[in-house]
Each structure stands twice: as C-alpha cells, then as structure tokens.
Design a protein around this ligand. Structure first.
Ligand code: 13P
Ligand code: SF4
Length: 327
C-alpha cells in the first residue's frame, strides 16, 4: 500500500469516528499505523478500564476477541466493534471451558479447597467459571487477595503462573497453556544479542518461558515495560522480549532509547498473527458497516461480575503495597 492510500483510509476513519460517534481503542500489539490513529492505546488492563469511561456510542476495539468482549461486558450499553472477529488468541484456545469445568470438578471431588485465578486472555465462559480474572498488570495484587487457606488453580498461561508462583511464593496448580508468540523466543539468540550488546538491558513479558526471564533484567507487562524504560534518563539500549509491535509504542513514548527485538525461533521478529488480522482497511470497514459487532452472550452475565470485581475494584494503594510486601 502506498502512503497516500493509507493516508486516505486514515482520513476516512477520522470522518467515520464523528459520523458514528466512536472512540478507537488499540492494544500495544497492533501495527503502528493503527496505534497512531487510536484515541487510546494501552495494555489489557488499561484498555478494559478505559472502556468503562467511554461516553461515545461506539467502541472500535483494535485488539483481539477477548479484549473486545471485555469492553462489551464492562460497558454493555455501547456498540463494540472488532475489525476482524477471527482475531483470537492461542491462550484462549488452550483452555476450553468444558475441560476447565471437568478439572475443577475433579479437584473438588478430591477434597481440594481452591480458587480459580484466570488470565484475562480467556473466553467469557472460562471467566464465568473463575473466582478472579487477572492481567499482567494486576496479577500480583489479585494473587495476594486469595486467602492463604485456598490453593490457586491458575489458568491458562503456565509461564505467567510459574512466574507468579516464584514472586509470590504461593503454590499453584498450573493449566498447560501458553502464548504462541512469547513461547518461542530463542534463548540462543538472546544470549548472542547480550554478548553483542553488553550494556543493553533485557526487558521481557511474563508470558515468556523461564529461560528467557532468567536472563532478563526486568520482567513486566506491556504498560509496566513502558514505565520502566521511562525511568532511564540516559539513552539506553533495550533488548525487548515481547510482541514486535511493542517496539513502535516504546519508540513513540521514549525515543531517546534504542530498542532491539529479541527474535523468535522461527522468525526474526515475533508478531502475533491474531493481532495482525486487524488492518487499516478492516478498521474502516467495520466502522462503515457497523459490524462485526460483539453481541451479548448468556455467559457474559457471570463473567462480567468476575471481571468487575477483579479489574475495577483495586485495593486502596496503601493496602496493596503492604500486602505485596508480605505484611
Ligand atoms: P498485556 O498488554 O496486558 O501485557 O498483555 C499482553 C498480551 O499478550 C495481550 O494479548
Ligand atoms: Fe494471545 Fe499471545 Fe497474541 Fe497476546 S500475543 S493475543 S497472548 S497469542
């Protein structure tokens, strides 16, 4: 596509925003051209919270299905459009609700007392089966809320679960799911890059496997990564182990630094094929046609309650800090 064609589509999107009274929300893993035109960019937690504040009639959600469903559940009066309904997530696929439900039943039959803590990267049916929903941004806070007498069944991301076990000291039963993007970072390539760039700091998303996190200087979700690099006053090199479009947002907010993507085993840079289904053309088309739209599903009733108590009801700041310090 030539720049002028892209520019024309962006202009059409801005016109459509006024025409249909829409706000565009975009995740940091969307292509830079989509993040650039969005009214709000963010990680899963920020976008979920921002969705509750939207006053316009329509939310155009540039992200994947579970994120758009979350926006609909937290602000049901709005029309929520997703440019491509097929934008799924390998973590969602790894945890079918009937399988989770049978596993929970088996634990109960064996007399296990547990609460289910579920990553937001899950279907609404799975959220409805859960006690808590977490994102990479609030997982520590929520895990601390689970009373000590309960075991924790953590689904579906085994890498995030393992990391949370390590930082909180809470033993967890881990579901065997993973993100197809973060799962395949190459430890060999990371070690080579660290040799080539000895002063670089390595930052990694907790969806990465343990071998990547062990060699990282900082582990955090996408919003936390941006904050972290912003704390460096001197220009610094960062090796970044998360989805490749994140480089655009890091560069956008903190251009004084240099960002080098850690390669995946099979590719030079790791892009999420689900996120990539959303294109400028599809953003325009969904606004023009009023579809695909996220419609209310029966399981949203229960899932919404779990989402609201997990994401919209943070502990008072002082309590959070005290609890995270283990007081
Ligand atoms: P966060 O932006 O919440 O860190 O999530 C990362 C992710 O993989 C979203 O699909
Ligand atoms: Fe799912 Fe991974 Fe893509 Fe995020 S990056 S949507 S976790 S497959």
């Amino acid at each position: 596509m030539t720049t002028s064609v892209a520019g024309d589509i962006v202009a059409e999107i801005h016109d459509l925003k006024k025409k249909i009274d829409a706000v565009v929300l975009a995740h940091y893993y969307q292509e830079g051209e989509i993040q650039e035109l969005a009214d709000i960019t963010g990680d899963s937690l920020k976008l979920a919270r921002e969705a509750t504040k939207v006053r316009a009639k329509t939310i155009v959600f540039c992200g994947v299905l579970f994120m758009a469903e979350t926006a609909k559940m937290l602000n049901p009066a709005k029309t929520v459009l997703l440019p491509d309904l097929k934008a799924g997530c390998s973590l969602v696929d790894s945890c079918p609700p009937d399988k989770l439900s049978r596993y929970q039943e088996m634990l109960r039959e064996n007399g296990r007392k547990f609460q289910t803590v579920t990553y937001i990267n899950s279907s609404a049916k799975v959220k409805a089966l859960s006690d808590w929903v977490v994102t990479s941004g609030n997982a520590l806070e929520i895990v601390k809320r689970v009373p000590a007498e309960y075991e924790i069944l953590f689904a579906p991301d085994k890498h995030l679960g393992r990391y949370l076990q390590e930082v909180t000291g809470r033993k967890m039963i881990l579901w065997d799911g993973s993100c197809m993007v973060h799962e395949i970072f190459s430890i060999q390539d990371l070690l080579k890059m660290k040799k080539l760039h000895p002063k670089a700091r390595t930052i990694a998303h907790p969806e990465c496997p343990a071998n990547i996190l062990e060699h990282s200087d900082y582990v955090g979700g996408t919003e936390a990564m941006i904050k972290h690099v912003g704390s460096y006053t001197e220009p610094t090199e960062f090796l970044v182990a998360t989805e490749a479009n994140m480089m655009w947002q890091l560069q956008n907010q903190h251009p004084q630094h240099r960002y080098l993507p850690v390669p995946g085993i099979t590719c030079a840079c790791n892009k999420c094929p689900h996120m990539a289904l959303n294109t400028l053309e599809k953003v325009r088309d969904c606004m023009r046609d009023g579809k695909p739209e996220i419609t209310w599903q029966p399981e949203f009733d229960k899932a919404k309650e779990v989402l609201a108590r997990s994401l919209l009801n943070p502990l008072p700041a002082a309590a959070t800090v005290a609890q995270m310090a283990g007081d």
